[in-house]
Design a protein around this ligand. Structure first.
Ligand code: 6R9
Length: 635
């Protein structure tokens, strides 16, 4: 028995030991007993973290949509696969059964085929949180096309960079999107972005907001009429386990976003197995993850993980504050949500509101609460535990990354005793290591270091699209022979992990990873700007907010500064999106730089967080005097 469903702490330790001592036997059993393969593998695992090359279930053949949909039809055909809760509470929710999902995925798959999309082609999906988004991922997977979902909050420039990086030939988008009281003209953003994307031949447009849009002759097509004509069955493309399933971009500490490539077999096994255990999902539960499918959390834990388990997964189009701050809790009550998975930034925003927003709703259906995306602070953890969970629903603080594909360090609810702000124990099969700066592993408990993983797991990304060297440099070079996460962590006296945050130049704002370099590049495009540096500083709700230090070409008059601030944020919005706007912009005459020309960000971080005490060793600075100058005019 592979222990697909862990129910006791003793069992966790037992299964964990097996997964570490005999990983191939362990994962081979999970894969064999719980999934549908067209052909079994020749080899469970082959790996080398130096090249780095990792292959799971090599030689096996499958289609992930057969596992997520077809195999449920016999026993769960009329069960709701997807609940869609619209932005506007007056609009009716939709319940899409597994059978209906099958038909809709097949229809879209057939439309894509008719448009010339073939196995291995890249399809860009730029859609709001509507059912067509989940359906689009699955339709691509059905025919072996590689989906690249771009978060619909990203700007046209961010969109075109990503489309070109992976050479997408088709884009699926909508006329517009609803977000709270606003509506956004998505199609117009696509049109602008596509001016720089000669490789895109077709744009399929979903009607959502009924806003007027420009349709480019020969390129743009309304999707619905094509769907209406499409056949409701589509033979799945048989994929090799290591064929790419999707590309998902994540920010790096240098300019270009990284297109993380996830493959089919291992990703499926890992997301399904983690979903089952981390949420203790049982038949007829209603599960809700509030993430956007534009992020990895949505890919793995709205779409693939839940559907591979035959679960009912809810997707919400709107925002927690619309029409008011009770919306999340109203949805929990309305759909009797059993597992609720959200981000600390949402928890903090909701905890700031009057408690009656939460208390006026019946939250008694909740069994498990999840948190993901950034470290959860003590206060938010307790509010979540007390007010939402009524101290009876365990909080699973799940640490993982776009690169890891699925959850890596987490409690298993009702199994692992939780501890506020701790992600607790490694998930089955995960072998973490904490490393010091010299590259020595810190053994034993009560240590703090850089978080690495020593052994492959099935859900890990295999490469960066078009740039394997960068994959190696970013993740496998700092600590040779290990995967380096970019995060710091500590291990307490009982072996529980607490993630302390990024140790590189990535800043997490409201759960979104933002690289400093692309934001600085955007700012530097302003004709008045000579140079800039971005750091994060603590923010009550967003976790971190951005603080920019900007050197102007000519110092100018300070009465102009407010206009400049607006213009700089406007440029950032155009290049990256509103999520990357700066909360504070300080104009300065210089930046603290080392002799090798590197900006000493730790000093800027201290100033930005108003911690003006000991600036540490500034002796390696070329211009130590600038530190006091910046301090004196800090915002
Ligand atoms: C899933 C996801 C990854 C980065 C990661 C870390 C931070 C995620 C966390 C957490 C503390 C947690 N992070 N979960 N930090 N506790 N439970 O968020 O992927 O968008 O790639 O972000 O998020 O810093 O390295 P992604």
């Amino acid at each position: 028995m592979s222990n697909y469903h862990i129910k006791h702490l003793e069992e966790y330790y037992q299964v964990y030991r097996k997964s570490v001592r005999e990983p191939e036997n362990f994962w081979g059993e999970v894969a064999e007993e719980h999934f549908m393969w067209r052909k079994k593998w020749d080899n469970v695992l082959s790996w080398d973290f130096n090249t780095p090359e990792v292959k799971w279930f090599q030689g096996a053949q499958l289609n992930i949509t057969e596992n997520c949909i077809d195999r449920h039809l016999l026993t769960r055909g009329d069960k709701t696969a997807l609940i869609f809760e619209p932005n506007n509470p007056e609009e009716a929710a939709q319940h899409i059964t597994y059978r209906q999902l099958h038909a809709r995925v097949c229809q879209l798959a057939n439309v894509l085929k008719d448009q010339g999309v073939k196995k291995g082609d890249r399809v860009c999906i730029y859609l709001p949180m509507i059912p067509e988004l989940s359906i689009a991922l699955l339709a691509c997977a059905r025919i072996g096309a590689i989906h690249s979902v771009i978060f619909a909050g990203f700007s046209s420039t961010a969109l075109s960079t990503r489309i070109n990086d992976s050479d997408c030939k088709l884009v699926i988008t909508s006329d517009g999107s609803y977000r709270g009281s606003k509506s956004i003209d998505l199609k117009a953003i696509v049109d602008e972005g596509l001016e720089d994307c000669p490789g895109v031949k077709t744009v399929l447009v979903v009607k959502r907001t009924n806003t007027a849009v420009a349709m480019k002759e020969g390129r743009d097509k309304w999707l619905q009429p094509l769907l209406d004509k499409a056949y409701q069955d589509c033979v799945p493309e048989i994929m090799n386990a290591e064929d790419p399933l999707f590309i998902l971009y994540t920010s790096g500490s240098t300019g270009k976003p990284k297109g993380m490539v996830h493959t089919t077999g291992g990703y499926m096994v890992y997301t399904a197995y983690t979903f089952k255990n981390v949420f203790q999902y049982t038949e007829n539960d209603v599960y809700w993850c509030t993430a956007d499918i534009g992020w990895i959390t949505g890919h793995s834990y709205i779409v693939y993980g839940p559907l591979a388990n035959g679960a009912t997964t809810l997707m919400f189009e709107g925002v927690p504050s619309y029409p008011d701050y009770s919306r999340f809790w109203e949805i929990v009550e309305k759909h009797k949500v059993n597992q609720f998975y959200t981000a600390p930034t949402a928890i903090r925003a909701l905890a700031k509101q009057n408690i009656s927003f939460a208390e006026k709703h019946d939250l008694s259906s909740l069994k498990v609460l999840g948190s993901v995306g950034e470290p959860i602070n003590e206060e938010a953890w307790h509010w979540y535990n007390d007010v939402i969970g009524k101290k009876k629903s365990p909080i699973v603080d799940t640490w993982w990354q776009t690169e890891t594909g699925g959850i890596m360090i987490t409690p298993i609810p009702f199994v692992t005793p939780t501890k506020p702000t701790y992600a607790t124990l490694p998930f089955i099969g995960i072998q973490p290591a904490l490393m010091d700066e010299k590259g020595i592993e810190l053994k034993g408990n009560q240590v703090e270091g850089r978080l690495c993983i020593k052994f492959p797991w099935p859900g890990m990304a295999r490469t960066i699209w078009g740039n394997h060297e960068r994959y190696k440099d970013t993740y496998f070079s700092a600590f040779p022979g290990m995967y380096f996460s970019g995060d710091g962590a500590l291990r307490d006296e009982v072996g529980y992990y607490r993630i302390t945050g990024r140790v590189d130049d990535v800043i997490i704002v409201s759960g979104h990873n933002l690289g400093t370099a692309p934001i600085e590049d955007a700012i530097n495009e302003h004709p008045a700007v000579a140079e800039s540096a971005i750091v994060g500083f603590p923010h009550d709700i967003k976790g971190n907010a951005l603080y920019g230090f900007v050197i102007l070409k000519e110092s100018g008059e300070s009465r102009m500064h407010d206009n400049l601030r607006k213009e700089i944020n406007q440029i950032i919005t155009e290049h990256i999106g509103p999520i990357a706007k700066l909360d504070k912009i300080q104009f300065t005459s210089g930046l603290p730089k080392t002799r090798s020309g590197k900006i000493m960000r730790r000093i800027l971080r201290k100033i930005a967080s108003k911690d003006m005490s000991n600036m540490g060793d500034t002796s390696t600075l070329l211009n130590p005097e600038i530190v006091d100058v910046i301090k004196d005019s800090a915002l």
